[in-house]
Design a protein around this ligand. Structure first.
Ligand SMILES: Cc1cc2nc3c(=O)[nH]c(=O)nc-3n(C[C@H](O)[C@H](O)[C@H](O)COP(=O)(O)OP(=O)(O)OC[C@H]3O[C@@H](n4cnc5c(N)ncnc54)[C@H](O)[C@@H]3O)c2cc1C
Length: 297
């Protein structure tokens, strides 16, 4: 029986994932779901677990490279209204995992809540940002979303809801211990500030990003993590790899840690460029660059 057809929002077979990633690359998902609400999400998770079908959670797909063969898994995208709710009690903000970061910042500005402005311009959802502990480096200081988290509500792969707080939350540089769950929502502790000042800060961060990041072609942001005490972009640039091309994939001339989908490129092209960069940087500087992007094979 095709159980996925009987949902309020029925699952789909063979959904092209290139339509759900900012890289615009990727084959199809075996099964693709956009659950209507939490009850439906739990039903999907239990059904997949029962059938040993791997589950992959998708946010805005802005940190992902999906293989050309696609994903032999059930891919779940939490973009229904039920997963995009936002509310606040005094200075504690609660946001659903599917909430896009830019919309959350608008909410913060309107309600005079400050703290998350540094996330301005990062094209993801709350769920993806928490799983990745997304953030920016400002004046050599790392600002990450995890620093502001009070608690996170998650679903485990048996369909049980848990609230993780305090010591149960572990955030590191572009990683967290949340990736093993389905993140449902999170609470952030913010500060009160007037909307004008919040908007000014957001504008500052956006200008800074526009000057340094490359938005000219589809991409997934920084490909590699920065090695301790250095910058991956600096090392790649120093190896003369800006503009290096394999197939339709090219190393950005503006930001050497960005690979652009310049000309209908495949995941194979990107992976070949990733390997080449790793090899050249390792040979010249003895540093093995670790990918920051998640690769679904
Ligand atoms: C132009 C550009 C600029 C960028 N700049 C930055 C930057 O400055 N700093 C930065 O940190 N990142 C940056 N990124 C990368 C990316 O935007 C962030 O990592 C973002 O937080 C990813 O969110 P997402 O919703 O797109 O996650 P996705 O890419 O969809 O997923 C990323 C990972 O999170 C997991 N995930 C997503 N949602 C959930 C959930 N609900 N529960 C559990 N796991 C989940 C996925 O399974 C996957 O492993 C940039 C990307 C682009 C394209």
């Amino acid at each position: 029986m095709q159980w996925w057809k009987n949902l309020k929002k029925p699952g789909k077979l063979s959904e092209p994932l290139k339509n759900h990633t900012t890289f615009r690359i990727g084959g199809a998902a075996q099964l693709f779901f956009r659950p209507h609400d939490l009850a439906e999400l739990r039903q999907i998770v239990r059904n997949c677990s029962k059938r040993d079908l791997k589950i992959l959670v998708l946010g805005a797909g802005s940190n992902l490279l999906v293989s050309d063969k696609g994903a032999r898994a059930a891919v779940i995208k939490l973009d229904s209204l039920a997963f995009r709710k936002t509310s606040k009690v005094r200075n504690i903000l609660e946001a659903g995992a599917g909430k896009p970061l830019n919309q959350l910042l608008t909410y913060c500005r309107v309600h005079g809540l400050s703290g998350l402005e540094f996330m301005a311009g990062i094209p993801g959802t709350i769920g993806g940002a928490l799983a990745m502990n997304a953030g920016v480096c400002v004046d050599k200081k790392l600002l990450s979303i995890g620093d502001l988290v009070e608690s996170v509500r998650v679903l485990d792969y048996n369909g049980n809801i848990k609230i993780l707080e305090g010591r149960k939350l572990k955030f590191g540089y572009r990683r967290s211990n949340l990736a093993k769950y389905i993140i449902l929502s999170a609470r952030f502790k913010l500060n009160f500030q007037n909307s004008r000042q919040i908007q000014d800060k957001i504008n500052d961060y956006l200008v800074r990003r526009r000057n340094t990041r490359d938005y000219s072609r589809p991409n997934a942001g920084c490909i590699f993590k920065n090695p301790p005490g250095d910058s991956a972009g600096r090392l790649i640039d120093a190896c003369g790899l800006k503009g290096k091309k394999i197939g339709g994939a090219v190393v950005s001339s503006k930001h050497a840690n960005f690979i652009l989908n310049q000309d209908r490129c495949s995941a194979k092209d990107v992976l070949a460029l990733v390997k080449l960069i790793q090899k050249v940087v390792k040979k010249k500087y003895g540093v093995l660059l670790e990918p920051e992007i998640k690769i679904w094979k």
